[in-house]
Design a binder for this molecule. Structure first.
Ligand SMILES: Cc1cc2nc3c(=O)[nH]c(=O)nc-3n(C[C@H](O)[C@H](O)[C@H](O)COP(=O)(O)O)c2cc1C
Length: 444
């Protein structure tokens, strides 16, 4: 190695020049984000499936030598659409016929009628892949709304809208055929998303006394990966299992990686004929303890940690405890004040479910715990939204302007809780918190 300072200075100058020129070449170019001959892929996804299909679409087009770029629908405007040769929108529907969180800004700007004006997109060719599930009344309604908006703006459909019921393979095959017609080829590297074997290492029935009282079972299930080390994940992420019929079912991961494994809280589900739900049936009964199932961890950004360091209100009912538990633990470790509102059915039956949270409260690790039991004698039962309404002023004072809220549970409970929060905090608090990343909900 040379010790001559002249050599070192010359080498340094060359390195600096190289850094400067490559930074200049790689700089983001304003207004040229979507080159004119590119296919623009827009995703609107709540739990990640539309996002994965968008990534698959991108990979296939690139592999076929096509020029393609991908962005969130929420960040796109008419200028991006006009600048592209063709636009492929992959959009799911969530809530009760609602747009995924990442597309809310787009809805507010273009679909809610506030702006009024429909842009001229007559030079744009497009296709929509609408993800949904026929068990919801508003089937694929967000994908339909996007399709209608593009049509009204004069854009020309490359293909009629493809609607996908619960990821039905035959509908996804139509999309792949369309991509093939656009010059895509099967990506040589298979998606790195494939399922792995996971072993159920423990299963606890948390409310066995509920069996005689017609209360559906709640189970705590611990799982370990069968091959390789425990993967990493964040509070708020999902555990997706693949069923023998090829469907996927998502569960909130109720633990953190440093606890050494994945923990799920699974509610028993039965249809009118008494048949178990496909995913919960596997986890609760069909796969024995020490048995294996196919699953993977999935990133779920909409329910990652709420922004800021202010006080954190966590609200959950039943198996929704899984969603808030890792956030509670992280907040306690970080010294962030936590107020937890938990809903369950009966204190006698559900004692095991709430004992951990009760322990946090007893040890002074959380600022406050409110329990709402829905099935108390003499009509004294109440739900989490009643607990919020009962102490709305205290809640508003505690949260202040920089508090955050995270909510996990069933869809109907979510709507009632949001109404109660609007009542307690004043119209606009939730919207402002949502816009600032201080309100996250995971409703199913
Ligand atoms: C809480 C929740 C609400 C949903 N609401 C609807 C709905 O109103 N209409 C519909 O067609 N599908 C609905 N779905 C089904 C999703 O659109 C479908 O599972 C989709 O594949 C999810 O895609 P994503 O992971 O990209 O969000 C809902 C799913 C969940 C979990």
């Amino acid at each position: 190695m040379t010790t001559d300072p002249v050599h070192w200075i010359a080498a340094g100058a060359i390195l600096l020049l190289w850094l400067l020129t490559s930074t200049w070449w790689l700089r983001p170019r304003r207004g040229a984000a979507v080159p004119g001959d590119a296919t623009l892929i827009l995703h609107a996804s709540q739990t990640g499936q539309a996002l994965e299909l968008a990534q698959m679409t991108l990979r296939r087009l690139l592999e076929g030598g096509q020029h393609a770029v991908m962005m969130s629908l929420g960040q796109a405007g008419p200028e991006h659409l006009r600048a592209s040769e063709q636009v492929l929108v992959i959009a799911s529907t969530t809530g009760v016929g609602e747009a995924p969180d990442e597309a809310r800004a787009f809805v507010a700007r273009h679909l809610s009628g506030k702006d009024g004006e429909t842009p001229d997109l007559s030079g744009v060719r497009y296709a929509v892949l609408a993800l949904g599930d026929r068990k919801y009344a508003d089937y694929c309604s967000f994908g339909r709304a996007i399709d209608d908006w593009l049509g009204a703006a004069g854009a020309k459909a490359l293909h009629e809208r493809i609607e996908v019921d619960d990821l039905a393979p035959e509908s996804l095959a139509l999309w792949v055929r369309l991509l093939d017609a656009l010059g895509a080829v099967e990506a040589s590297a298979p998606p790195a998303t494939l399922y792995h074997p996971w072993r159920i290492v423990a299963r606890e029935h948390l409310n066995p006394a509920g069996d005689e009282k017609d209360v559906p079972g709640l189970y705590r299930i611990a799982l370990q990966p069968e091959d390789g080390a425990l993967p990493d994940w964040q509070a708020g992420d999902l555990f997706e299992i693949s069923t023998p019929t090829g469907h996927r079912r998502d569960y909130s991961v109720g633990s953190l990686p440093d606890e050494g494994g994945v923990t799920l809280y699974v509610r028993e589900v039965r249809d009118e004929q008494g048949r178990r739900g496909e995913g919960s049936g596997l986890l609760i009964e069909a796969v024995p303890v020490e048995g294996l199932l196919s699953a993977r961890l999935r990133d779920h950004a909409p329910f990652h940690r709420a922004a800021g360091d202010g006080p954190l209100l966590l609200i959950a009912a039943g198996s929704g405890f899984a969603g808030v538990r890792p956030h509670a633990i992280e907040a306690m470790r970080a010294g962030r004040p936590v107020w937890l509102i938990l809903g369950e059915r009966r204190p006698d039956i559900d004692a095991r479910t709430i004992e951990e949270a009760q322990g946090w409260a007893d040890a002074g690790r959380i600022a406050r715990l409110d329990l709402a039991f829905s099935r108390l004698p003499d009509g004294r039962g109440r739900y989490v939204q009643h607990a919020i309404a009962a102490d709305g002023a205290a809640l508003a004072a505690w949260l202040g302007a920089d508090g955050a809220i995270m909510l996990c549970g069933g869809l109907a409970m979510g709507k009632s809780v949001e109404a109660a929060l609007d009542g307690a905090l004043g119209d606009g608090w939730l919207d402002a918190a949502r816009a600032a990343g201080r309100y996250h909900s995971d409703l199913y």
